[in-house]
Design a protein around this ligand. Structure first.
Ligand code: G6P
Length: 453
């Protein structure tokens, strides 16, 4: 049994009013890859749209190789849980994103949302308790659902419940930003699992340290970095959509070098400092002016949050400023592509000379691995030491200190000027490290954690 906020399929209503399904947009379904596909596993998820809610009323559906049960929750309740607590509070605390003179504010508007979080977690637990097969292993995913296991403990002691946290984890100092009873409730909720997993040893240590500081007995923990489903990404790379996008990109870039980033327009991804570093690169290294394009394939995310709307505006203004400063009649330095177009993102990953992955903090970052696997030009990876994937690729990539804009500019210059022979060796090592694990390994790590119960 898998339990997550975003499920493997989403529904739409077609012109004739009939419900149609498509594979969900979330990263989790691609992370499970073929490991879970067709196993008959049950997947419980939230109904995220009106069409999802219509589908939820029809009960469980078999689609895309899973038996999916969507929970229809009151939209206002869901908004408090998802926008205010999951995205506006837990995401911020685990990624260290708060601008503390202003945020967080736990006020009369926030507390009802915390009650919504409790209610949604309870609703998920009640549904799992009612429908999960006897003695099932239940894999609960991410910060949305920290309190599910606590409820299941009482209702269904036959179940083995494993949690996997896809984000970094806040250490004790960051956890202290949360109201005491909330921090404790989250840690106790996680401790109610038979095991808790993380992508990187740093996030596991932070979780353990936070438990210790709060005097909560930590559960068994494990570290299991997720992997790329190579077959599925290669299929996209071979598709006509990807070929068309690559041809259009080639036409724009020509024989110039290409720096690429592929990200959600997300505060933790550090998009502004990436452009500031590019600006500094152009200022300090006249040799690369006119010879390099920065392709930013960044698609909108969580637009319901004011912080994300403001961030997008800031990004757009900065792109305009850098382009206005350096563009010539035949060269636009930053190619800004703000739509969600997966085949085009894959085309960019095939074509890059340098891939910039510079998050301020990131649970893992699969783009770094995807790029290493499908890039066709022995491209160089410039990787933030604060990404979870630095545990696997950090020793091979050029390291980026995400707050050091000048340092990032220098890393970009080193990457652009690396010798062809060094590029070949660099790319081969990254490709090997990025394919060392498959989705099935990640899945089995979770099952093994369950078996150690
Ligand atoms: C990213 C994170 C996951 C998180 C997901 C939620 O992929 O790495 O930890 O679960 O975002 O995204 P959503 O769009 O569903 O809020």
């Amino acid at each position: 049994v898998v339990v997550s906020n975003r499920g493997p399929i989403s529904f739409a209503v077609d012109d004739s009013g009939a419900l149609t399904t498509r594979r969900g947009g979330g990263g989790l379904v691609s992370t499970f890859g073929s490991a879970l596909y067709g196993t008959g596993a049950m997947w419980f998820a939230g109904a995220l749209s009106d069409a999802d809610r219509l589908a939820a009323a029809k009960g469980a559906v078999d689609a895309e190789g899973y038996r999916v049960e969507l929970l229809a929750l009151d939209p206002d309740l869901y908004r408090g849980y998802y926008d205010v607590i999951c995205n506006g509070t837990l995401w911020f605390v685990h990624h260290g994103l708060w601008d503390v003179p202003r945020r967080p504010r736990f006020d009369r508007h926030w507390w009802p949302a915390w009650d919504d979080y409790e209610s949604v977690n309870r609703a998920f637990a009640e549904r799992v308790a009612a429908d999960a097969p006897d003695d099932a292993v239940v894999l609960v995913h991410d910060y949305h659902l920290c309190l599910v296991a606590g409820h299941l403990r009482d209702a269904r002691p036959d179940l083995t419940v494993v949690h996997f946290h896809h984000t970094p984890f806040a250490g004790p100092d960051a956890m202290r930003l949360l109201p005491d009873r909330v921090g404790r409730r989250l840690l106790e909720g996680l401790a109610a699992h038979d095991a808790c997993g993380f992508h990187d040893p740093r996030w596991r240590s932070a979780f353990q340290a936070s438990c210790e500081a709060a005097d909560v007995t930590a559960p068994t923990t494990f570290v299991a970095p997720a992997a790329v489903d190579v077959n599925s990404i290669e299929a996209v790379a071979r598709s006509n959509d990807c070929a068309g996008a690559l041809a259009r990109l080639e036409a724009e870039v020509g024989d110039r070098m290409l720096i690429v980033r592929v990200d959600r327009m997300e505060l933790s991804k550090n998009i502004l400092r990436g452009f500031l570093a590019f600006d500094e690169l152009l200022e300090l290294h006249p040799d690369v002016r006119g010879r390099v394009v920065f392709g930013a394939f960044v698609y909108p995310s969580r637009e319901g949050l004011a912080e994300y709307q403001a961030y997008r505006l800031e990004i757009e203004n900065l792109v305009a400023r850098v382009n206005a400063r350096w563009a010539t009649s035949d060269w636009t330095p930053i190619l800004f592509e703000p739509d969600d177009d997966f085949p085009r993102s894959i085309a960019a990953l095939r074509r890059y000379d340098v891939l910039l992955v510079n998050p301020v903090r990131d649970g893992l970052n699969l783009v770094a691995k995807e790029g290493a696997i499908i890039n066709e030009r022995d491209g160089v990876l410039a990787l933030s030491r604060e990404s979870g994937v630095a545990g696997e690729l950090g020793g091979l990539a050029l390291g980026v200190h995400p707050f050091d804009v000048s340092g990032t500019a220098e890393v970009l210059h080193r990457a652009l000027t690396m010798s062809p022979a060094d590029r070949v060796a660099h790319a081969a090592a990254l490709r090997a490290a990025s394919t060392a694990r498959a989705p099935i390994d990640w899945f089995n790590d979770q099952l093994e954690a369950a078996e150690r119960r």
